[in-house]
Each structure stands twice: as C-alpha cells, then as structure tokens.
Design a protein around this ligand. Structure first.
Ligand SMILES: Nc1nc2c(ncn2[C@@H]2O[C@H](COP(=O)(O)OP(=O)(O)OP(=O)(O)O)[C@@H](O)[C@H]2O)c(=O)[nH]1
Ligand SMILES: [Mg+2]
Length: 175
C-alpha cells in the first residue's frame, strides 16, 4: 500500500484539527488545550489522523499548530510531506502578515510539494469573500486551487484530499 504524508498548515482557528478529525478513519491524535487568548481550544503539539482511500492509498494527515509560539515544530513536522493544505479563516484578511509568513515557510520547507488553499468560516457574518483569497493567490503567483471549505463537513474535507492527491500524482508525472 502506498502512503502519502499530507500536512495541514494555517492560521489559528482556521480548522486544521477539525478537518483532520472529520476524515480520519481511526480516532485522531489531538493535542488541544483551552486557549489562553480565545474561547476555544488550540493545538499545542500536532494533529495526526489517517485515511485509507479505495484506490489502495494511505494518507497520513499531520497538522501544525497555528499559533506562532509553536513555529519551531515546522522543522520537525515538514520533512517527507508530499502535499499541503493551507487553511485560512475568511474572517481574517487574505494579505495578513501571518499568511505571508506561512507562505514563506511553505517555500522554505515544502517547495515542490502540491498545495491546496482552503478558506473556512465563509458562513460567518464577518467573512471576506472567497474572491479576495483567490486574488491573493494570483498576486503571489501561487499555482493552486483556492477552495471554500467548512472543516466540519467530512464530505468536503474528503474532496479536498482527493484534489490534493490528484495534484501530487500529476506533479509526479511531470519531468
Ligand atoms: N461556522 C463555521 N465553523 C467552522 C468552519 N470550519 C471550522 N469551523 C469551526 O472552527 C473551529 C476551528 O477550530 P480548530 O479546528 O481547533 O482550528 P485549528 O486550525 O486547529 O486551530 P489551532 O490549533 O489553534 O491552530 C472549530 O470550532 C470548528 O468547528 C466553517 O466553515 N464554519
Ligand atoms: Mg488545531
């Protein structure tokens, strides 16, 4: 059986832990604790889940905490990654410093890997339009899909994984 390592990165609260839990076949590994800054839980080490696709492919899903104080985990969790899901919260601006930092990390640690950008919380009153995030990707020269995603929806997260796997396999065919 083939295995792909996929990495979920993104801003705090965008939905990385939720998305991994929504699709994982077995009970996901979750290291969330109550956040000291917000009324929610936040990841302090990593997320891990596993999905088996019908075509005999096993996906290892890893999540990096979104809070900057855990940025040292990048160098531990990034090696071996084939595909990346960048999760952004539609209530925040697409051109924030944190988005720039995440994309710089992506270039530094994960250059050449397949990328899909997912924008969550599009149902929130304060959500910016998906078009803002597509424009951000275009301006930054990102050659990747920018999809709306409700991270709580198993079917939608499964769709994102299929898009990412297709891109990994397409890139492997390129010279
Ligand atoms: N309304 C709404 N809620 C969402 C959506 N996507 C995710 N959520 C919720 O948003 C929250 C996201 O929290 P997490 O999954 O812990 O976020 P995270 O990216 O892991 O955050 P860190 O671990 O702090 O980096 C959860 O309460 C989800 O249920 C969405 O599209 N709409
Ligand atoms: Mg988390």
């Amino acid at each position: 059986m083939h295995a792909h390592k996929l990495l979920f990165i993104g801003t705090p609260g965008a939905g990385k832990t939720t998305a991994i839990a929504a699709v994982s076949d077995a009970l996901p590994v979750c290291t969330d604790v109550p956040s000291s800054e917000e009324d929610r839980r936040t990841t302090v080490a990593l997320d891990f889940g596993e999905v088996h696709l019908e075509e005999g492919l096993r996906l290892g899903l890893y999540g990096i905490p979104g809070q900057p104080r855990f940025d040292f985990l990048w160098s531990i969790l990034a090696p071996g990654t084939l595909g990346v899901v960048l999760m952004l919260d539609a209530r925040e601006t697409a051109s924030s410093q944190r988005v720039s930092w995440l994309l710089a990390q992506h270039r530094a640690h994960l250059d050449g890997t397949a990328l899909v950008v997912c924008v969550t919380h599009l149902d929130a009153a304060a959500a910016k339009p998906l078009a803002d995030f597509r424009e951000m990707a275009r301006l930054r020269g990102l050659d990747c899909p920018v999809l709306g995603l409700d991270a709580r929806r198993t079917d939608l997260v499964q769709f994102v994984l299929r898009v990412l796997v297709a891109r990994i396999e397409a890139q492997a065919l390129l010279p």
